[in-house]
Structures are given as structure tokens and as C-alpha cells.
Design a protein around this ligand. Structure first.
Ligand SMILES: [Zn+2]
Length: 194
């Protein structure tokens, strides 16, 4: 990848085209849906979710549909809006009402995005994405860990607070912890770096 590509909106469009035409997860099935990451010149935070909604309530839109309100509340705690953040998923593909794509196949797209943006702070939602990026034993408590010069902030998926309203208050305690981690910023070192 050339340096000009790194700052190019055209590159992002090219990336999205390849997402839409990628046949790794569903080689035979037409009607694949993909939630598209939105281009940002200089995102303040890089956010990784799990996968598109199976129900396609709001096609093409990460954290749309039923998790939309909770996600908006989370961004508020960070003093951010959707315009400030780059949002993408670990798994890009889904088929209506059936299944989602493969973590293994889709992961290469996420690796490419991380390589393209080189974010310093990454908020990761849900056990599947946290396991894939940080390992299965990393607690999702909003406390950040430094790894390879990046501040990773792991949280449970917002759908937890959607499915279990009783868990919402507890969930937002973790969100507050995560927002504090974010505001303290990257640049802290931990044992993980040595
Ligand atoms: Zn896929």
C-alpha cells in the first residue's frame, strides 16, 4: 500500500467495493449484506463491533437498529459523536435472517483497516471481537491495555444492555470506566509492552 493511499478517500471507496464483492464468507449466496465503515479524515476513536445485525433493521449501518440508542449513549459518555469516530465490525457479512459470516475470513479486512488508519485508541465491543484482537482471557471491563503501541479498550457488546435492561446500569459503569481510559489517552505503557 502506498503512502498516498493511506490518506485517500478513493482508497476507502476501493476498500468498501472489495468488502461488497468479497465472496469468502458466502461464495454461493446472493443477497449478502455488509455494514459499511464510513470514511473519516482523522477519527478520534476507532471502534470495532462484532457483526451486522441478522435482522437487517438498518442495513449498511454499524450499531443501527436495536443497539442504536445505547450506542449513542455510549458515545455521549466519551464526549464524541458518530462524526468523530470510525466504526467497523470484526465480521462484515451477513445473509438476511440466516447467519453471519466467518470471523476467520473477514478478519483480514479488519487487519487492513487497522493497518490503514493506524489508530492509537481502539474501543472493542463484545467477546468475539475482543478474543480475536486481544485474546480470550482479556476482561471486558473498560480498562485499557496497551499492546504494540495501541490503547485497546474492551467492553461487552451494547446488545447486552438492550436484551437485559436490568443490566444497563452495571453496563454503563463499565462504559464510564472506558470513557475515563479514553480521556486519559494512549501513551501509557504497561507490562504488555515489554
Ligand atoms: Zn465476510
Amino acid at each position: 500500500m502506498s503512502e498516498t493511499m493511506r490518506i485517500s478517500k478513493e482508497y476507502h471507496a476501493y476498500f468498501c467495493r472489495r468488502l461488497l464483492t468479497c465472496k469468502k464468507c458466502f461464495p454461493e449466496t446472493p443477497g449478502k449484506f455488509t455494514d459499511m465503515p464510513v470514511y473519516r479524515v482523522d477519527p478520534k476513536l476507532f471502534i470495532v463491533g462484532h457483526a451486522p445485525s441478522l435482522y437487517r433493521t438498518e442495513p449498511g449501518f454499524c450499531f443501527g437498529g436495536s443497539s442504536r440508542e445505547i450506542f449513542a449513549e455510549i458515545l455521549e459518555r466519551f464526549n464524541l459523536t458518530r462524526g468523530d469516530v470510525y466504526i467497523t465490525n470484526l465480521v462484515k457479512c451477513t445473509i438476511v435472517g440466516e447467519t453471519i459470516g466467518s470471523e476467520e475470513y473477514c478478519f483480514k479486512h479488519l487487519v487492513e483497516e487497522l493497518d490503514y488508519y493506524k489508530p492509537k485508541q481502539v474501543l472493542v465491543f463484545g467477546r468475539v471481537a475482543v478474543s480475536k484482537l486481544l485474546g480470550q482471557f482479556v476482561p471486558m471491563n473498560g480498562r485499557s491495555i496497551m499492546l504494540k503501541g495501541v490503547q485497546w479498550i474492551p467492553l461487552p457488546h451494547p446488545m447486552l444492555a438492550v436484551y437485559r435492561p436490568a443490566a444497563k446500569a452495571g453496563y454503563f459503569k463499565l462504559v464510564n470506566e472506558a470513557a475515563l481510559s479514553y480521556k486519559r489517552g494512549s501513551g501509557q505503557r504497561s507490562l504488555w509492552d515489554y
